[in-house]
Design a protein around this ligand. Structure first.
Ligand code: LLP
Length: 463
């Protein structure tokens, strides 16, 4: 994730420290459309607007910090994925990236399916009216209660992750007098080029059943024998924040190889193949993600080619993008509390949130960008580190970025591309309250997930 150090001469501090940052943009007030939601811009006074509303209005009405979600952009991106894959494939939005009832309704309306991975996500999906047959249920350790709820609800597929789960799901389905459609998640042995914690197709990790050593073939063999299961396909998810399609190519090749072996051994052609999610987005101007139509074309071509070579009918393809749909559609709005220049080092800008609303920087060394949002400025760029209010020095939101040198307490700053895995991984560390998610569209804003209150915290603490 590293980039070359700033090549220009020092600007704010006497000496710029070593770091992973690019030169400051020529115009710090410019908002790169690659990293900002579609309707974001600045009004005549230079205030950032989204969906026709200024961030100052949003801060006044809903407070800070807040996740501001551009509903039109979310729908556009969901629709773009749906259209790109067409009617012969299915797009399952990965709810772990961010799930709320409003999001479930938008997905339903835009014709997407939904991937859930816990009882809580399943409950959210069902309560917002997502038809059960359009839900896939994931997870490496689903509890018997969760499995029973999913089977009773009639979810379209359960993705099986272990030998024990094959038996467990079959048993539960049979005891309910049902035959549950399932996919079997395998690991294909691909090293995805991403952070270790979010790579999932190499063999030495907790997800899936390894293709190596015939284990995946054995899982299929056992599942096909169980009356409670209808084996509909094979699943592979190679990791997250991936830009290079070659990992998917290898995965598709190996999954199709397994389908061929299954056909040869059992005389059964499984009708579906799921290639998971994991497509990268732009967090900074240096990232260059692919468009959904390019991804759809590439994946469809790979699977079709591999199936032709194996003389198999092309199975129905499904994908599970989470980040690529919701990630770019939201930004986090913070108020600056303190600005602390450290001579010869950098300036620490403290905001009213931090690692409790965005753990990704601390956890994955993720890179973000940031902009002054409540006004523009022509001041010289200064190298900053945007930090939170938590009692930990690793509480960093944006590690290295440039903001105008006249930044002051009370300014609003916005961190783009925080739609995925920020609210969904938010915590109450230091009893900091989790921010709301405010959806904006066509000049109107509404809270879709409200801000946590101290009463919420105290209600759980039963004394
Ligand atoms: N399908 C499966 C089976 C998955 O495990 C995941 C993500 C997805 C789809 C969606 O991946 P996406 O398209 O959103 O990359 N917390 C980490 C990401 C963890 C992803 C876990 N699984 C992060 O903040 O980067």
């Amino acid at each position: 994730m590293s980039r070359s150090a700033h090549p220009a001469g020092p600007r704010h501090a006497d000496v710029l420290p070593e770091g992973h940052y690019s030169a400051p943009a020529d115009d710090l007030n410019a908002l790169d459309p690659k990293v900002w939601a579609h309707t974001v811009g600045r009004d005549a006074d230079g205030v950032v607007t989204v969906g026709g509303i200024t961030v100052t209005q949003l801060a006044e009405e809903y407070g800070t910090p807040a996740y501001i979600l551009d509903e039109a952009d979310f729908r556009d991106r969901a629709r773009a994925w749906r259209t790109a894959f067409g009617n012969d494939a299915d797009v399952f939005y990965a709810g772990k990236a961010f799930l709320s009832r409003a999001v479930v309704r938008w997905l339903h309306e835009e014709g997407l399916n939904l991937d859930v991975c816990s009882g809580g996500e399943l409950a959210t999906a069902l309560s917002a009216g997502m038809p059960a047959e359009r839900i896939a249920f994931h997870g490496n350790n689903k509890s018997p209660e969760e499995i029973e709820r999913a089977v009773r609800a009639g979810v379209g597929r359960i993705v099986l992750d272990s030998f024990q789960e094959i038996v467990r799901v079959a048993h539960i389905a049979q005891s309910l007098g049902k035959r549950q459609p399932v996919q079997i998640r395998i690991t294909v042995g691909v090293e995805a080029h991403t952070h270790e914690f979010i790579a999932t197709a190499h063999e030495d990790q907790k997800f899936g059943i390894p293709l190596a050593g015939g284990q995946a073939a054995e899982a299929v063999r056992r599942a096909l024998q169980l009356d409670g299961l209808e084996v509909i396909g094979i699943h592979s998810h190679i990791g997250s924040q991936i830009f290079d399609m070659s990992g998917f190519e290898v995965a598709a090749h190996r999954v199709v190889g397994l389908l061929k072996d299954i056909r040869d051994e059992h005389g059964v052609e499984l009708p579906e193949i799921d290639l998971g999610g994991g497509l990268g987005i732009a967090y900074t101007s240096d990232d260059d993600p692919r468009e959904p139509h390019e991804i759809a074309k590439a994946l469809t071509e790979i699977v079709t080619r591999e199936c032709e070579a194996a003389r198999l009918a092309t199975p129905r393809i499904s994908v599970e993008p989470g980040r690529a749909i919701v990630g770019p559609t939201a930004f986090t709005l913070y108020e600056v509390g303190t600005v602390k220049p450290l001579d010869g080092l950098r300036t620490y800008v403290s905001v009213d949130g931090g690692m409790s609303d965005n753990i990704r920087t601390a956890l994955y060394d993720a890179e973000y960008s940031v902009a002054l949002a409540s006004r523009t400025s022509d001041a010289e760029p200064m190298l900053v580190r945007v930090v939170g209010k938590h009692c930990e020095s690793g509480d960093i939101v944006v590690k290295d970025a440039f903001l105008p040198g006249d930044l002051a307490p009370g300014d609003l700053i916005a961190v783009p591309a925080t739609g995925a895995y920020c609210r969904s991984m938010a915590s109450n560390y230091n009893h900091v309250l989790r921010p709301p998610v405010v959806a904006v569209r066509d000049g109107a804003a509404r809270v879709v997930v409200r801000r946590e209150t101290e009463e919420d915290l105290l209600r759980l603490d039963v004394g």
